[in-house]
Write a protein that binds this ligand. Structure first.
Ligand SMILES: Nc1nc2c(ncn2[C@@H]2O[C@H](COP(=O)(O)OP(=O)(O)OP(=O)(O)O)[C@@H](O)[C@H]2O)c(=O)[nH]1
Length: 396
């Protein structure tokens, strides 16, 4: 029988493993593939979430009607022989709803044990075929991650992700010069001379180059890693890299929060691989949603708190040598009462540009500031009290 007729009879569902370090652009790529109209394929997605405080729930949500989505908590590469097999078997029962599976691993996952699942479990082998491993790298941070020193016996996940890839997306090319990109590619090619490389921004690579490519080669992988099929093999993660997830009720003061965030980025940024959060800011009807990679932070007010929705603060930080207590204490110290000491129209003393000046409260909760005060000077200057304490605003 020819290879052609053999493959045309293969009814197994193709699976793509989407990997890449924290914040490299995996979810951006997944959304790009799902939004693409040209492939005409329907996907089942296995999302691997790190930790149990979900801050990602909005991602993919609008697509959940069209796609079959399974979420696995914890680290996929450690639970692989258990949870992933269960998730794949469960998915297979809905086989009429999709043509292919995409597994998005966490950024700290080693893709090898995930790939191994498709070769060591007989049931899985009869249902699925591994189509390819796609690795997204962040051009701004990949060199630092490859340089990270790891303890004896611990693999560098970023290196593993590159070594096992069939396709490598060098993403965020807007954040690196051509020379830097050439150097990155040179280094990555040493780790993996076989993969096809794509330079991109926003993970924009044509899906046909990534999906349905029949690229995964067991012989290449076993040549590179002779123990690939050894199910007894253990792997360890770097114990100095950890994730903290936290949630609490309460309102945060915007001014204190801004100071805290710039302090975190300045002092801990280099060790923060990934962080995300949704915060409840006093006086704001919208959620403060932030996320970042290293020192690149973004945060905006977006999406109004729905009526009846619990206004709570949730965040996740993943990094090296991070101190849970420092971070959680920091956020807790931004908590404030949403009830204010003064009312609209109250006369107060405000600590304005010319020192203590009499004024009148003309607005409550203005852009996250508890008070907007009109000073009783010639111009009727407006000032904002960022925190409801005596050092900014007090009784006349
Ligand atoms: N400047 C720049 N930012 C990008 C690019 N692609 C993605 N990003 C941003 O990088 C951040 C991380 O992207 P994600 O797609 O969430 O990365 P991820 O790999 O899924 O991250 P994890 O949450 O760690 O799994 C987001 O803020 C993206 O908007 C790019 O080409 N250039």
């Amino acid at each position: 029988m020819s290879a052609m007729s053999e493959s045309s009879q293969d009814t197994r569902i193709p699976v793509t493993i989407l990997t890449g370090f924290l914040g490299s652009g995996k979810t951006t790529l997944l959304n790009h593939i799902l939004d693409d109209q040209t492939h005409g394929m329907r996907f089942a997605i296995i999302e691997n979430e790190f930790g149990d405080v979900g801050v990602d729930e909005k991602i993919l949500s609008e697509k959940s009607d069209e796609e079959v989505i399974e979420v696995m908590n914890g680290c996929i590469c450690c639970t692989v022989r258990g949870d992933l097999v269960v998730a794949l078997k469960k998915l297979h029962k809905k086989i009429e709803k999709f043509d292919a599976v995409i597994i998005e691993t966490t950024g700290l996952a080693d893709p090898a044990p995930v790939a191994q699942t498709f070769f060591v479990d007989d049931d899985i082998q009869s249902m699925y075929v591994l189509d390819g491993i796609i690795t997204v790298v962040d051009a701004k941070h990949i060199m630092a991650r490859l340089d990270d020193e790891k303890p004896e016996g611990v693999e560098n996940e970023a290196e593993e992700q590159v070594a096992f890839a069939d396709r490598i997306l060098v993403n965020k090319t807007d954040l690196a010069s051509t020379i830097e990109l050439d150097n990155i590619e040179k280094r990555l090619r040493k780790l993996n001379p076989m993969a096809a490389f794509y330079r991109c921004t926003q993970s924009k690579v044509e899906p046909k180059n990534l999906i349905g490519i029949k690229a995964f080669s067991l012989s290449r992988v076993t040549e590179m890693d002779p123990e690939f099929l050894d199910t007894e093999g253990e792997h360890e993660h770097d114990p100095s890299v950890s994730s903290i997830a936290f949630k609490f009720d309460g309102y945060l003061n915007m001014h204190k929060l801004s100071e805290l965030i710039s302090d975190i980025i300045q002092n801990m940024g280099a060790n923060l691989y990934r962080y995300k959060g949704v915060l409840n800011v006093a006086g704001m009807s919208e959620k403060f949603v932030f996320q970042g990679v290293g020192m690149l932070f973004s945060g905006n007010f977006e999406g109004t708190w729905a009526q009846g929705e619990k206004r709570e603060c949730r965040f996740v930080f993943i990094g090296k040598d991070i101190n849970k207590k420092t971070l959680t204490d920091g956020f807790m110290s931004c908590k404030c009462d949403d009830k204010l000491r003064f009312q609209l129209g109250d006369s107060v003393q405000a600590n304005g540009p010319k020192g203590w000046t009499p004024g009148k409260i003309i607005k409550l909760w203005d852009e996250g500031n508890p008070y907007r005060i009109e000073l009783q000077d010639e111009q009727g200057t407006n000032v904002w009290a960022p925190v409801d304490i005596d050092s900014f605003v007090k009784l006349p």
